[in-house]
Design a binder for this molecule. Structure first.
Ligand code: NAD
Length: 480
C-alpha cells in the first residue's frame, strides 16, 4: 500500500514518528493508502528548512520565481489526468469534475500568481513641495498554509501560489482526509526545480500538525481555509502572538430567486449550485428562497431534475454525484436530515444514504435531498450541513427575503436571480455577504477579492489582495 511522504527541505521523507493514518477511498469505503501521522518535530524540521531557504528565495528576482512557478503550473497541466483520478479516489468526487474544475484551477492558481507578481506595483504619495512617500512590500518570512478536504489541490494551491510568488517560504498542511494530490504536487515541485526548503508539505492531523504550525513562533503569517470552529481555535492561539491571519471559513449561502428571473437558466444553474461536488463546496447555495408566485413551478421543476441526478462510481462520467468524503461526514449530513424532520420539514426528494451495488456497496453516498416547510431560523436553516441538502422557503417581498438571507452567523456567498437590473443592484448591496453572484454561480475571476463576512472569516484571498496579505508594507518618506 502506498505510504505518502512529507516534503521537507526538497526531499520526500517519512514522518519522524514513522506512524501513519489510514487514508480512505470514500467511493468504496476502504483504506487504499497511508498518510504520515506527523507531529511538531516534522513541523520544526520544515520551519528550519523554510527559514534557511528564505534569504535566497525572497531575493530571487521575480522573473526567476515566476519561471519556476510557471513550470509547476505546466506540470500540473501535463499531469491533469493522473491528478484528477487521484483527487477523485481520495475525495469521492466525480473524475469529470476534477478534470474540469479542480486540477485546471490548481494550474491556474500558479499561472495567475506567477504572472501577477510581474505586473504588481506599489503606491506613492507625493506631498506637494515637501516629500515623497513610497511603499515597499516585503515578503514576511515563513508562511503557514492549512487547507480543507473539499477542493483539495484547488484550495491548497490557492494559498501556496501567492505565498511563494511574493517571496515567502511555506510550511503547508493539506487535510489529512485528502492528502494525495498535495503529495503528488511535491513530486512536481521537485521536477520543476523549486529550490529546497522553499515549500514544505507536512501531512497529518489538524490537532497535531495544524496546531504546531499555528503555535510556531517563527511562522508569523497563517492562511487557513476550513470550518468556523477550527478558525476560531487558530485565531485564539495566533492572536496573542500578533500573527497575520487570513481565515476562510464556513457558509450557509442563500440563493434568492425572484419571479422575474430567466427560469430555465436559473433552474439549470440552481441544480449545480445545490449539488455540485455532492454539495461539498463552501459556495453552494443551501438555502433557496423563491418568490411565492413561482414557488410551485420551481418546486416541481427542481425536484424533477434533482431526481434525475445519478449517483455512484466517480469514474463513470454519467454520474453527476460521487461519494461523500468520509463516513463521519456522511453521518453528520444524515443527522441534519433527521433534525430537519424533527423541525417539521418535509422531504421532497432524497433524504437517505444511497446504496450502490457491486464494488461500491460499502461507499458513502447520499441522495440529493430537498426539504421544504421549515422556519427560516430553525437549526437546519442556520447551521452549515455541507452536503447535497437544500431547503426551499417561499418569500413575498425583498425586505422579507433579505431578513431571512441575512439571518445566519455566516456571510460567505449569495446568489440572486432576477432580470431587473435595479433590483439586482439593490439586493446585492443589502446582502451581508463577501460574494454575490447575479444570474450565475461560481463564475470566478481570480483578480477579485474572495472571502466572507461575519463567521465566514476574516481577510480576503484572490488577486492582489493575496499578494498584499503575504507581504508587509513599509512606507519610506523622503523630504524634498
Ligand atoms: P476543518 O476545519 O476540520 O479542517 C481544515 C484544516 O484544518 C484541515 O487541514 C485540518 O487538519 C486542520 N485543522 C483541524 N484542526 C486544527 C487545529 N486545531 N489547528 C490547526 N489546523 C487544524 O475543515 P474541513 O472539514 O476540512 O473543511 C470543511 C469546512 O471548510 C467547511 O466548514 C467549509 O465551509 C469550509 N470551507 C471554506 C471555504 C472558504 O473559502 N470559505 C472553502 C472550502 C471549505
Amino acid at each position: 500500500m502506498l505510504a505518502i511522504k512529507n516534503y521537507i527541505n526538497g526531499e520526500l521523507v517519512e514522518p519522524i514518528a514513522k506512524t501513519y493514518i489510514d487514508n480512505y477511498n470514500p467511493a468504496k469505503g476502504s483504506v487504499y493508502s497511508l498518510t504520515p501521522d506527523s507531529d511538531e518535530r516534522d513541523v520544526q524540521m520544515s520551519v528550519n528548512a523554510a527559514t534557511a531557504a528564505f534569504p535566497s528565495w525572497s531575493t530571487t528576482p521575480k522573473s526567476e520565481r515566476s519561471a519556476i512557478l510557471l513550470r509547476i503550473a505546466e506540470l500540473i497541466e501535463k499531469n491533469l489526468d493522473k491528478l484528477a483520478i487521484a483527487e477523485s479516489i481520495d475525495n469521492g468526487k466525480p473524475i469529470w469534475l476534477a478534470k474540469m474544475v479542480d486540477i485546471p484551477r490548481a494550474a491556474s492558481n500558479f499561472h495567475f500568481y506567477a504572472t501577477a507578481i510581474l505586473h504588481d506595483a506599489t503606491d506613492t504619495y507625493a506631498m506637494e513641495n515637501t516629500a515623497i512617500n513610497y511603499t515597499l512590500r516585503h515578503p514576511i518570512g515563513v508562511a503557514g498554509c492549512i487547507s480543507p478536504w473539499n477542493l483539495p489541490l484547488y484550495l491548497f494551491t490557492w494559498k501556496i501560489a501567492p505565498a511563494l510568488a511574493s517571496g515567502n517560504c511555506v510550511v503547508a498542511k493539506p487535510s489529512e482526509i485528502t492528502p494525495m494530490t498535495a503529495y503528488l504536487l511535491s513530486e512536481l515541485c521537485i521536477e520543476a526545480g523549486l529550490p529546497k526548503g522553499v515549500l514544505n508539505i507536512v501531512h497529518g492531523y489538524g490537532h497535531k500538525v495544524g496546531a504546531a504550525i499555528t503555535a510556531h513562533p517563527n511562522i508569523p503569517v497563517i492562511s487557513f481555509t476550513g470550518g468556523t470552529k477550527t478558525g476560531a481555535e487558530i485565531a485564539r492561539i495566533a492572536a496573542p502572538m500578533f500573527k497575520k491571519l487570513s481565515l476562510e471559513l464556513g457558509g450557509k449561502n442563500p440563493n434568492i430567486i425572484f419571479s422575474d428571473c430567466d427560469f430555465d437558466k436559473m433552474l439549470k444553474t440552481t441544480i449545480n449550485s445545490s449539488f455540485s461536488n455532492q454539495g461539498e463546496i463552501c459556495l453552494c447555495g443551501s438555502r433557496i428562497f423563491i418568490e411565492r408566485g413561482i414557488y410551485e413551478k420551481f418546486k416541481t421543476g427542481f425536484v424533477a431534475q434533482a431526481k434525475q441526478l445519478t449517483i455512484g462510481n466517480p469514474a463513470d462520467d454519467k454520474n453527476r454525484l460521487g461519494a461523500i468524503v468520509s463516513k463521519q461526514h456522511m453521518e453528520k449530513i444524515l443527522s441534519y436530515i433527521d433534525l430537519s424532520k424533527q423541525e417539521g420539514g418535509s422531504i421532497l426528494c432524497g433524504g437517505k444514504q444511497a446504496h450502490i451495488a457491486g464494488e461500491f456497496e460499502k461507499g458513502w453516498y447520499i441522495e440529493p435531498t430537498i426539504i421544504e416547510g421549515l422556519a427560516y431560523d430553525c437549526r437546519t436553516n442556520q447551521e452549515e450541513i455541507f452536503g447535497p441538502v437544500v431547503t426551499l422557503t417561499p418569500f413575498d417581498n425583498e425586505e422579507d427575503v433579505l431578513k431571512m438571507a441575512n439571518s445566519t452567523i455566516y456571510g460567505l456567498a449569495a446568489t440572486v436571480w432576477t432580470e431587473s437590473l435595479t433590483k439586482a443592484h439593490r439586493v446585492a448591496n443589502n446582502l451581508h455577504s463577501g460574494i454575490v453572484w447575479v444570474n450565475c454561480w461560481l463564475l470566478r475571476d481570480l483578480r477579485t477579492p474572495f472571502g466572507g463576512v461575519k463567521s465566514s472569516g476574516i481577510g480576503r484571498e484572490g488577486g492582489f489582495e493575496a499578494l498584499r496579505f503575504f507581504t508587509e508594507p513599509k512606507n519610506v518618506c523622503i523630504k524634498l
